[in-house]
Every structure is written in structure tokens, then in C-alpha cells.
Design a binder for this molecule. Structure first.
Ligand SMILES: Cc1ncc(COP(=O)(O)O)c(C=O)c1O
Length: 361
């Protein structure tokens, strides 16, 4: 069965983990620190804090960015964790429709910002496609909002516009630490608070006694272990080849798919966590039938994402994903699906996927 995503793990990862298992530190120690330094260099942030998941990264970021009842514009087309992290903080997600490329529509975002009651924009670099810097900078300056980029799908350099960016190292992502995530920022005070919040809110700075630690704020245990960080460091050494492979697969799909339309023109800037295409299905049932037929042929397609504001929990707290306000999201849900893309997907497998899809559509 060919799935939409898969980790790339080799003997060198096993060796890196084994070495750390035999060292003095299993939980957060020198490997975690080194992983943070390398990620900061890679993404171009002054500070990086590694944490136990992408969800933990979003949760802690929301703790430093938001207060109760703050309104945050965000996308319905993401994994639940993006907007859940706003709810964790008793703040309010305000969902905005998406564009053709699957990313939140920044024109509609601007329309909503004109009411001047929005604290932040939580934007997702969906599928790996970055936003136009100019547009984000303009919105940030004109409307004095905070910007969080959920970069779980993007592995490129940060352009210095966002206040915080979050990353996920779940196995299907660009690099993996099994579960894991990171937060990048250039803001020193945010960074220092994130370090405290990651570790129960505990500080040793003001201790009078050798055994003493002080908890001034309610935090969590969101630390990333040294074993996981060793894995991350080793994966990071190979990430350029992983990204090149994803680019090559995306290009191959672009050149060979005839009946489906890729979500956007081939882009050298996309990290291609996902390769999403559209086909004009009339109904979700029709798409489901197609998924089942492809599954029987050995191709496990996926769909990203069920609109968050249509989830039962969100409906229960008053959200709606009606066709009038979210026409693009509705059409996208019926038409879009994700093809397999991961570094070890061979040319033969890519051609097999293309053949099965093209024959059936
Ligand atoms: C866009 C997005 N945000 C957040 C997350 C949550 O990351 P994690 O699974 O590491 O908690 C994911 C993971 O699937 C994601 O794709």
C-alpha cells in the first residue's frame, strides 16, 4: 500500500539514538540544546525552543501571544491543533475562507481586520507554500496584529515578519523526532517565557537554597527528550536531500498528471509536505467511492483537511461552515485530495500512482 506520507529513517538515525541512550542524558539535555541551535540557524530565528509536539508548540505560543477573549483570524483548512490552541487560551478563533491555493485568503483577512478588534493572525503555510512576505508585512503594520505562522508543513527560511512560528516533527513531516515540535521567535522575552512554560513554569533563578525552585506561573511538561533531539539532529543533516526529493516528485506529478489539477503552479519555494490536486467531483460520496477504488489498487489517498469549523465540537460552541461564507472551503472539500509524497517514494511508485489515478478518472 502506498500512503500519502512516510518517515525516512536509516541506520544513521538508529546509531544516533543508540549513542544518546548510552549517554548521561535521556531527557532534555545537550542534544536538545544543540538541536535548538541548529534549527535557529536553519530557519533564521534568534531563538528556538524544542517541545514535545507541534500541538505543544501552538499551545505555548498561544500562551505568550493571547489573552482571554482575544479574537484571532485563522483558516478552516488546517489540522485541528491550529485553532484548538486559540481555544486553550479562552480566546476566539475567527475563521476566514481560503483561496484556490488552499491557504487562508489574505484579502478576506484584511476585510475582517478593518473592524479593528483582531489581536492576531494564525496563518498556516498549508502544504508547504509560504505566504507573500509583502502582504503579511503590510497587514501586520497596518492593523497592528501579531502573526503566528503554523509552519508544520513548511521548512524554509523565515522572513522575519511573524512574531512566532511553530513546527511539527511528526513522522510524516520533513524531519521527525517521533513526536516533537519547535517554536521560533526573534523576541527575547517571549523566548524566556516559553522556556519556563515548557517546564511547568519553574525557574531556578531566584533560589536561595541549592534544592530550591520557584513556580511563578502555571506551565506544562512539554520538554523534548535528548533521545528524540538526537534523532532530529541526525535527520536535519539529511533534510536538504529530503526536500530535493519532494521537489522532484512534485515536478514529476506536474509534468505527468493530465486529468487532475495541482493546487498551485509548481513552486521552488514550496516544501511540498503535501501534494494536493483537484478533480471536479460533484459530491463527497463520489470522492469517497474514488478513494475506496484507489485503496483497493494499493494507493491510499488522503484529504487535508475537514473544515475545522464544521467539526461537531466547533458546531456545539456556535461555529458554522456555511456555503455562503465559505464557498471556497466547500468546493475545496469536495474536489481536493492529497497524493503520496515522501522522500523514499520511487519513480516506479510515482508512475504507478499516476497510472491508477488517470485510468480511473
Ligand atoms: C498544520 C498543522 N498544525 C499542527 C499540527 C500538530 O502537530 P503535532 O501532530 O506534532 O502535534 C499538525 C500535524 O499534523 C499540522 O499539520
Amino acid at each position: 500500500m502506498i500512503h500519502y506520507g512516510k518517515q525516512t529513517v536509516d541506520e544513521s538515525d538508529v546509531n544516533a539514538i543508540t549513542k544518546t541512550l548510552k549517554s548521561d542524558f535521556l531527557t532534555t539535555g545537550p542534544e536538545a540544546k544543540e538541536f535548538e541551535n541548529r534549527l535557529a540557524k536553519r530557519f533564521g530565528f534568534k531563538y528556538v525552543v524544542v517541545v514535545s509536539s507541534g500541538t505543544a508548540a501552538l499551545h505555548l505560543s498561544s500562551m505568550v501571544l493571547l489573552d482571554e477573549n482575544d479574537k484571532v483570524v485563522t483558516t478552516p483548512n488546517s489540522f485541528l491543533a491550529t485553532s484548538n490552541s486559540i481555544l486553550y487560551q479562552q480566546a476566539k478563533p475567527v475563521f476566514i475562507d481560503i483561496c484556490e491555493n488552499g491557504l487562508v485568503d489574505l484579502d478576506l483577512v484584511e476585510q475582517r481586520l478593518k473592524k479593528n478588534d483582531i489581536k492576531a493572525l494564525y496563518a498556516v503555510t498549508f502544504s508547504g507554500l509560504p505566504f507573500e512576505d509583502k502582504r503579511l508585512r503590510y497587514l501586520k503594520q497596518k492593523y497592528k496584529i501579531k502573526i503566528l505562522l503554523d509552519n508544520s508543513h513548511y521548512f524554509g527560511k523565515d522572513s522575519g515578519i511573524c512574531d512566532i512560528a511553530t513546527y511539527s516533527f511528526h513522522p510524516v513531516k520533513h524531519i521527525t523526532t517521533f513526536e516533537g515540535g519547535a517554536i521560533g521567535t526573534n523576541n527575547k522575552s517571549m523566548y524566556e517565557r516559553l522556556l519556563l512554560l515548557r517546564n511547568h513554569g519553574i525557574s531556578k533563578d531566584e533560589s536561595m537554597y541549592p534544592w530550591e525552585y520557584k513556580m511563578n506561573e502555571l506551565g506544562y511538561n512539554y520538554r523534548l527528550s535528548d533521545v528524540a533531539s538526537a534523532m532530529g539532529l541526525n535527520q536535519l543533516k539529511r533534510v536538504d536531500s529530503f526536500l530535493t526529493k519532494r521537489q522532484e516528485i512534485a515536478l514529476h506529478y506536474h509534468q505527468n498528471l493530465k486529468k487532475m489539477t495541482p493546487l498551485y503552479a509548481y513552486s521552488k519555494n514550496s516544501s511540498y509536505h503535501l501534494f494536493v490536486v483537484r478533480y471536479p467531483f460533484d459530491t463527497l460520496d463520489e470522492k469517497a467511492k474514488f478513494f475506496i477504488e484507489m485503496y483497493k489498487k494499493g494507493v491510499a489517498l488522503q484529504y487535508h483537511y475537514i473544515p475545522i469549523n464544521s467539526q461537531p465540537y466547533y458546531k456545539n460552541i456556535g461555529y458554522k461552515c456555511n456555503k455562503k461564507d465559505f464557498p471556497q472551503t466547500h468546493r475545496y472539500y469536495i474536489e481536493a485530495f492529497s497524493l503520496p509524497i515522501y522522500p523514499s517514494l520511487s519513480k516506479d511508485e510515482q508512475n504507478f500512482v499516476i497510472k491508477q489515478l488517470e485510468e480511473r478518472l
